[in-house]
Design a protein around this ligand. Structure first.
Ligand code: IPM
Ligand code: MG
Length: 367
């Protein structure tokens, strides 16, 4: 049988630097664990625009549809701010999500013991935190029509449309319930049914789906109250399911509870392919951080943990994902910190590559 295939899209800013460390880890799994991947690499975002005049070339899109999983670094940068909307780096990422139909975006917010003190919240509020946000990723206001900026009378009007079909809500709700079954069997659905019809429908459909998962304790919350509860006492949650825009906001909020955006991975999953694996794209939650790009300062952990999610959700290698997550934990427990995690005086930051070295040594030590 041929090796599973991986398409690597490092993207812009710190993307290439953090992805370089992931490539070393992928090689480690090939050498030491016999888990070999056929890896190819391509462009997405601003670098694709520079090379081809589009943030995602059709050939790259076609490749992404064929591989077993896509691993993406980050897209965007100030250099591209003036570009027409349709050519912006972010459009490349959004096209991947939409055309691969990656409707369920899993964003864990996990607080690493060694980092609890870096949270802006009190340590006891976040220590041991382990929640999962399931964000709908291919519909809602990000994609709804009509959209645009139109002339009306003597002024312009900006328009976006929040739109959800029952089937779109149903499938992401099922993903969330399935996850809840494998975790603490607790799911909180967030919308604004008090002001939005799409929220009313969302609540109805999620409630309907819950009948197929009687073991899962379902609750509903307005998304604004959800944001408040997430900062007040985040450990009341286990799995949260919400729409595209609320999920974008709430996942950044949840991420920061854990101390640093530089730590958090994500998985975007679609329907199963012919080989049974879900269509999948894995990426860190952080952005391209152009201010520190190219300086070897970036934290590669979110991208490394995104590969761990790929091992778990695409390659049926949960044990190997556990191994990689434990290696990251061990490195942090040893006190290693990239610059984004520094809070203590007298601790020298390590570089992106040094963090990668340390994770590789911890992997070696795990054998
Ligand atoms: C995210 C990002 C993206 C989004 C941007 C880069 C298009 O903020 O993945 O959360 O808004 O979905
Ligand atoms: Mg976001």
């Amino acid at each position: 049988m041929s090796n599973p295939s991986l398409l690597i899209l490092p993207g812009d800013g710190i993307g290439p630097e953090v992805m370089a460390e992931v490539r070393r880890i992928i090689d480690w799994y090939g050498d030491k664990r016999g888990l070999k991947f056929d890896v190819s690499e391509d462009l997405v975002g601003g670098c694709a625009y520079d090379a081809h005049g589009t943030p995602l070339h059709d050939d790259t899109m076609a490749k992404a549809q064929e591989v077993d999983a896509v691993l993406l670094g980050a897209v965007g940068g100030p250099k591209y701010d003036a570009l027409d909307f349709s050519l912006k780096p972010e459009r490349g990422l959004l096209r991947l999500r939409k055309e691969m139909d990656l409707y369920a975006n899993l964003r864990p917010a996990q607080c690493f013991d060694a980092l609890a003190e870096f949270s802006s919240l009190k340590t006891d509020v976040v220590a041991g935190l382990d929640i999962m946000i399931v964000r709908e990723l291919t519909s809602g206001i990000y994609f709804g029509e009509p959209r645009g900026i139109i002339e009306e009378g003597n002024e312009r009007v900006g328009i976006n449309t929040q739109r959800y079909t029952e089937s779109e809500i149903d499938r992401v709700a099922r993903s969330a319930f399935e996850l809840a079954m494998r975790r603490d069997k607790k799911l909180c659905s967030m919308e604004k049914a008090n002001v939005m019809e799409s929220g009313v429908l969302w609540r109805e459909v999620v409630t309907e789906v819950s009948k197929d998962y009687p073991e899962v304790e379902l609750s509903h919350m307005y998304a604004d109250a959800g944001a408040m509860q997430l900062t007040r006492w985040p450990k009341q949650f286990d799995v949260i399911v919400t729409d595209n825009l609320f999920g974008d906001l709430l996942s950044d909020l949840a991420a920061m509870l854990t101390g640093s955006l530089g730590m958090l991975p994500s998985a975007s999953l679609g329907a199963p392919m012919a080989n049974g694996r879900p269509k999948a794209l894995y990426e860190p939650v952080h952005g391209s951080a152009p201010d520190i790009a190219g300086q070897g300062k970036a934290n590669p952990i979110a991208c490394i943990l995104s590969f761990a999610m790929a091992l778990r959700y695409s390659f049926d290698a949960g044990d190997e994902a556990d191994r990689l997550e434990a290696a990251v934990n061990a490195v942090l427990a040893n006190g290693l910190r990239t610059a984004d995690l520094l809070g203590q005086e007298g601790v020298e930051p390590v570089s992106t590559a040094e963090m990668g070295d340390a994770v590789l040594s911890a992997l070696d030590a795990s054998l």
